[in-house]
Design a protein around this ligand. Structure first.
Ligand SMILES: O=C(O)CCC(=O)C(=O)O
Ligand SMILES: [Fe+2]
Length: 392
């Protein structure tokens, strides 16, 4: 954490003028330049805006290109600075996209690349271990509230409420009537061009992931969904899937339409999805408040949730049992909201006794369209577009 703050550039505004009362003598952990603190809740910050800035973790590292270049110089990467700066436009990109492969590709020797990545990991840990801003500082309206307002009595409620980690999950049983849900299930099962994916790290040759899948996007988007070693090419959302989306979004009280959907077919209880987080760059859920809306169709399965391994534990280590779980049944809608993808993992475990198939649609908002895929929607300004679902 120290490294994170030590590397942070100082701010130019003068908060002394903004703060008439000084209650405590302190050096602010965010801006580092003030010695008077009036912000009572957390004595390490001089103002609530610094607290909020710091609590945004990676987002708070608002280096520009020249500051990123300066950091690279400090790491002894001067020789490769020109190539690296074109990849790492700013501190945000440095914290989210730099890896050993990027360094090796521009010619950084293996040993040096490893060394640099250790420093980057320090920065990342600092950013990730920040507290989340409380709702009264940075408001967030959950789908449980929005859905209740849009559809009173439909039954939206919170199944996970973690204010300190700004993580929420809302659930609505029977959001879609049973007969309609079963007919959607049949239509999706028989009409979608399902794909089988293989991740060479986990599957032997000729073997596939334990579920079939498809990733739909809006017409005009060309983003591939890449996660844990697989790449799912986009399919333009068929009109009947669009109608399902519109129905579910209306039932949730969300005012904007999610622009993509990951759809899974679990053929029976032997199919599953392991512990993971949907924190891919496309959705920017590793550092922004986001919402993922999920519809379950067909067989009842169990949805499991647990904390991400904490500070000091390798982020890839997913051992340990679920901390929260609930059944997801035909016609149920649920969500993952706020910083859920940053702090929690989720899974649908194998349940060999289940004989029927299940289909799950998870709608998301792509906020950072992918340049590498040549997505025409990629452009300046889209990467920081916040998702603030609002009430209809
Ligand atoms: O099937 C589910 O309920 C979860 C699917 C999921 O986590 C995903 O598609 O990322
Ligand atoms: Fe997921």
């Amino acid at each position: 954490m120290a490294a994170f703050y030590a590397q942070r550039p100082s701010r130019s505004r003068s908060p002394r003028q903004e703060r008439p009362v000084a209650l405590k003598k302190h050096k602010c952990r965010f801006c580092g330049t003030y010695d008077l603190c009036e912000f009572g809740r957390d004595e390490d910050f001089c103002s609530s805006s610094c607290y909020i800035g710091a609590s945004k973790g990676i987002e708070a590292l608002d280096w520009d290109t020249s500051e990123a270049a300066c950091w690279l110089g400090g790491e002894g990467l001067d020789r490769w600075k020109r190539q690296l700066v074109s990849v790492l436009r700013d501190g945000h990109a440095l914290l989210t996209t730099l890896n050993e492969g990027v360094l090796r590709r521009v010619g950084v020797p293996k040993r040096k690349a490893k060394e640099v990545m250790q420093d980057v990991e320090d920065l990342r840990r600092g950013a990730w271990s920040q507290p989340e801003p409380p709702l009264k500082e940075v408001p967030l309206v959950t789908v449980a509230e929005m859905g209740e307002r849009a559809r009173p009595g439909l039954g939206w409620h919170l199944v996970l409420k973690d204010d300190s980690l700004r993580s929420y999950a809302s659930l609505c049983r029977n959001a879609v009537p049973q007969d309609m849900a079963w007919s959607w299930f049949e239509q999706l099962r028989t009409q979608l061009p399902w794909q089988d994916l293989s991740d060479s790290r986990y599957q032997e040759e000729g073997k596939y992931m334990p579920r079939r899948t498809i990733f739909t996007v809006f017409n005009g988007c060309n983003c591939t969904y890449k996660y844990s070693g697989v790449a799912v090419k986009p399919t333009i959302e068929p009109p009947f899937v669009a109608r399902i989306r519109e129905y579910c979004v209306a039932a949730s009280g969300l005012a904007t339409q999610p622009n993509c959907c990951n759809i899974n077919l679990y053929r029976d209880g032997r199919d599953s999805v392991g512990w993971h987080t949907d924190d891919e760059e496309l959705f920017e859920g590793g550092y922004n408040d986001i919402c993922i809306l999920s519809l379950s169709l067909g067989a009842t399965r169990t949805f499991e949730v647990k904390h991400q391994p904490g500070f000091g534990v390798a982020r890839g280590s997913h051992k340990g049992p679920a901390e929260t779980s609930f059944a997801v049944r035909n016609g149920d809608l649920c969500t993952m909201e706020g910083k859920f993808q940053r702090h929690y993992l989720h899974a649908v475990p194998k349940e060999p006794q289940v004989r029927q198939a299940r289909i799950n649609l998870t709608w998301r908002w792509i906020t950072k369209h992918n340049q590498v895929d040549g997505c025409p929607l990629c452009g300046p300004g889209n990467s920081r577009a916040p998702l603030t679902p609002s009430i209809c």
